[in-house]
Design a protein. Structure first.
Length: 337
């Protein structure tokens, strides 16, 4: 059996761990009264069916209805590791002249504009990027194309309510016989975890193929696909929303795929519009210097709002517990010493 490599106890899968093993606390207690190696249990007796039209599965795309064009371009049998081959492109950039005119007009709107004269950009247009209401930043939309990210990642990307998204559908098309998948770096570095991941991926591929070959719809067959299955998504952000999302999601304390995507979005946006660089910052980079409890001067605060400890996960020098603006009193997640 696989051995625990987190310590020297040598416990096999589902075996009791020795005192001192990092997994010897709540895990053993949690598993104490559970049956070993059980098969999944169906919620109903075999042969019972629900024949409502809602569950008929007759209208949706499947092999017998596919015209051969609805097949994922990522059916390549590859398990991407870490952030390898995550691709981000700027699909629609900023109309700089129009943005400058609009921002300048918005800044001067408080005083009033002479509408008999053409609306031209004045030197004040950049004021709105520095602060204030910033509502005029919503008049321009930036669009990014992102490929190679997992379904786990895209489920989090779409949480931005002031943005729009167009995503590759696992419902409308066949994901392929061996759809590309993404493996976390932590899993790759652990031989036992890596083998388990590869085995599960292979079984998921085979199950998906077999289910689709029974002419079950892609909508229903997709339930067996790994969450690591990669896909394409189009991200549409008003300028204001992208600046806000990057300030939050560019932080190393979030899921690493999202961080990679956000930082790549920043890179391609700045390549096209270098003047915007000073305004695309992680929230902690916008804070000023302060004295920590030891009386030492630090350049910035850590603005992460989560339960986890930041040391070791973020490479900014101010990523320290004592430099945080938010210090959780309850539910703190910290590493064992």
């Amino acid at each position: 059996m696989d051995e625990c490599i987190k310590c020297t106890c040598g416990a096999g899968e589902y075996e009791q761990h020795d005192v001192g093993c990092e997994l010897a606390t709540w895990v053993d207690k949690y598993r104490a009264d559970k049956p070993m190696f059980v098969m999944p249990m169906l919620s109903r007796d075999e042969g019972e069916t629900d024949d409502r039209a809602l569950l008929a599965d007759v209208a949706f795309n499947r092999h017998s209805m596919n015209d051969g064009e609805h097949v994922s371009p990522s059916d390549n049998g590859t398990v991407q590791v870490g952030t390898e081959n995550i691709n981000v492109r700027l699909v629609q950039g900023i109309d700089e002249d129009a943005l400058r005119r609009t921002l300048s007009a918005a800044v001067r709107a408080t005083v009033g504009l002479d509408m008999s004269q053409p609306v031209e950009a004045e030197g004040d247009w950049e004021e709105m990027l520095k602060g204030g209401l910033q509502t005029a930043l919503e008049t321009q939309v930036i669009v990014f194309g992102v490929s190679g990210v997992s379904r786990t990642c895209t489920h989090q990307l779409v949480r931005s309510r002031r943005a729009a998204f167009h995503q590759q559908s696992q419902r409308a098309g066949y994901m392929g016989d061996t759809p590309e998948c993404r493996m976390p770096e932590s899993v790759y570095k652990n031989p036992i975890a890596r083998d388990a991941f590869m085995e599960a991926t292979l079984h998921a591929w085979r199950a998906y193929r077999r289910i689709c070959d029974q002419d079950i719809s892609y909508q229903d067959a997709r339930f067996v696909l790994p969450e690591g299955t990669t896909n394409f998504i189009l991200l549409e952000y008003p300028v204001r929303e992208f600046l806000n999302v990057y300030a939050y999601r560019g932080c190393s304390m979030f899921q690493w795929e999202i961080v990679q995507v956000m930082r790549e979005c920043r890179r391609v946006l700045i390549e096209a519009h270098p003047w915007i660089e000073p305004y695309v910052k992680i929230s902690c980079e916008k804070t000023g210097p302060f004295l920590n409890p030891a009386g030492e001067s630090q350049d910035h605060h850590c603005t992460f709002q989560g339960w986890e400890d930041v040391e070791g996960q973020c490479d900014f020098p101010w990523a320290k517990q004592e430099a945080r603006t938010f210090k959780p009193e309850f539910h703190r997640i910290s590493r064992s010493k």
